[in-house]
Write a protein that binds this ligand. Structure first.
Ligand code: ARG
Length: 430
């Protein structure tokens, strides 16, 4: 391993203890190494602005940081156990290439604000992606709601047949859900969009660091003011981000559950394109919907990451190494969550309804509520009308059609008017 930044003369490093301290930290740091490099360049600029670095030194640092980023991207530089962590690797590389300029890069910063700034930059990108994907999912759902507005689908409560519904209603429900998820992700992005660089170890530093400049160069909306809160917010903003992601993966879990039911032989309402299914190693007849099942499983990873971080935050103020353990959780949670959300728009766009099966699953009992409400409109007290419809629920629906039932509830002005125009307007405003 390269020299530890903090090593004391005469104190030997115990390999087993060092391995425990390191864990897989340096490998995790690969995830936001490019963000750490970008923040290092901004910090160098800031140091130049207050005279800590000369013009040549800044030029050299910016050049070498750009080269390091390039080498990392194309695999010529591998971030591995040769270094304690990604932060040390940057300083080691700059020192190796530039000598004193490299040895100056850490002036006025701590790995504590370094890891914070890299995490916030990384999370901003991920939250933007969650918002974008939620918007995309909502778009597919809205388009299909418009196209399949009148296709009858049985509506269930308690997984028991309840009332006539439609593909339009089903899709519109998911469209509205994912619009909310997009808003949640964008709101959380605003919370995360604050620059901690310059707060050092959590108590500031005796330098006139140009924090406004690094805030602007790194594209943050604002500066994190309190150095104490910069550290206190670690874990907390990751938790908020996982909650925003979790809002989308929770909806994903529920839509995947619907599709798991709807694609079963017993329901048979939906056919999935073959590439979303797998086979069995022993049962030649099987076509299993593994993709939607793993989509459904995704929320478990997000929720687990949230729980892990929440448990870590049982700490007094100030930096503690415990906080390092939040990184694995956040990377894993976002890794799984985004991988699943990325697949959803195309899956939804390509699923096919089986109209014959949908119509066959609508029985006359599903008109009973319509019958009772119609009697109430005619002046019968609703409770009486309800009893009468219950007594004749097998026959009350005779002569009725799914289209008629839907029209009475979903036509313009009716209580369940789909209002796809209003949803579309909300979507446009995202
Ligand atoms: N890997 C560390 C973390 O994620 C970086 C900060 C180390 N700071 C320290 N004082 N040891 O928290």
């Amino acid at each position: 391993m390269s020299d530890l930044l903090w090593q004391k003369p005469g104190v030997a490093v115990d390999a087993q203890i060092q391995a425990f301290l390191a864990g897989d930290d340096v490998l995790l740091d690969r995830e936001f190494f490019l963000h750490d490099i970008a923040a290092s360049a901004a910090h160098a600029e800031g140091l130049h602005r207050i005279g800590i670095l000369g013009g040549d030194e800044l030029g050299g640092l910016k050049r070498e940081l750009a080269t390091l980023a390039e080498d990392f991207r194309n695999g010529d530089f591998v971030l591995d156990e040769r270094y304690e962590d990604g932060h040390s690797a940057i300083e080691a590389r700059l020192t190796e290439r530039l000598g004193d300029a490299g040895r100056k890069i850490h002036t006025g910063r701590s790995r504590n604000d370094q890891v914070l700034v890299a995490t916030r930059l990384w999370l901003k990108e991920k939250l933007a992606r969650v918002a974008q994907l939620s918007r995309e999912i909502a778009r597919v759902a809205l388009d299909r709601a418009e196209a399949e507005k009148d296709l009858p689908v049985p509506g269930y409560t308690h997984v028991q047949r309840a009332v006539v519904s439609s593909a339009g209603m089903w899709w519109a429900g998911w469209a509205e859900a994912f619009i909310d998820d997009a808003i949640r992700a964008a709101d959380t992005l605003r919370l995360v969009d604050a620059n901690p660089l310059g707060t050092a170890a959590g108590y500031g530093v005796n330098l006139r660091l140009d924090r406004e400049h690094t805030t602007q160069v790194l594209g943050f909306a604002r500066m994190q003011v309190s150095p104490i809160y910069a550290q206190l917010s670690r874990g907390k903003f990751e938790l908020a981000a996982l909650e925003a992601l979790g809002s989308a993966t929770l909806d994903l879990r529920r839509i995947a559950w619907d599709l798991s039911l709807f694609t079963s032989t017993e329901f048979g309402f939906v056919a999935l394109p073959a590439q979303y299914t797998t086979g069995s190693s022993i049962m030649p007849n099987k076509r299993n919907p593994d993709v939607i099942e793993l989509m459904r499983a995704t929320h478990a990873s997000v929720a687990a990451a949230r729980t892990e971080i929440e448990q870590l935050l049982s700490l007094p103020s100030g930096y503690h190494r415990d906080l390092q353990a939040s990184k694995g959780a956040i990377f894993h949670g976002f890794g799984r969550g985004l991988a699943a959300l990325e697949l959803l728009p195309a899956l939804l766009a390509n699923l096919e309804w089986r109209e014959d099966r949908l119509r066959a699953a609508i029985d006359s009992g599903m008109y009973a509520t319509d019958v009772a409400v119609e009697a109430a409109i005619a002046g019968v007290p609703f409770r009486e009308a309800y009893k009468a419809a219950a007594a004749s629920s097998d026959t009350a629906g005779q002569g009725r059609t799914p289209e008629g039932s839907l029209a009475a509830r979903t036509s313009p002005g009716a209580a369940a008017d789909l209002r796809l125009d209003a949803l579309r307007a909300r979507w446009e405003a995202l």
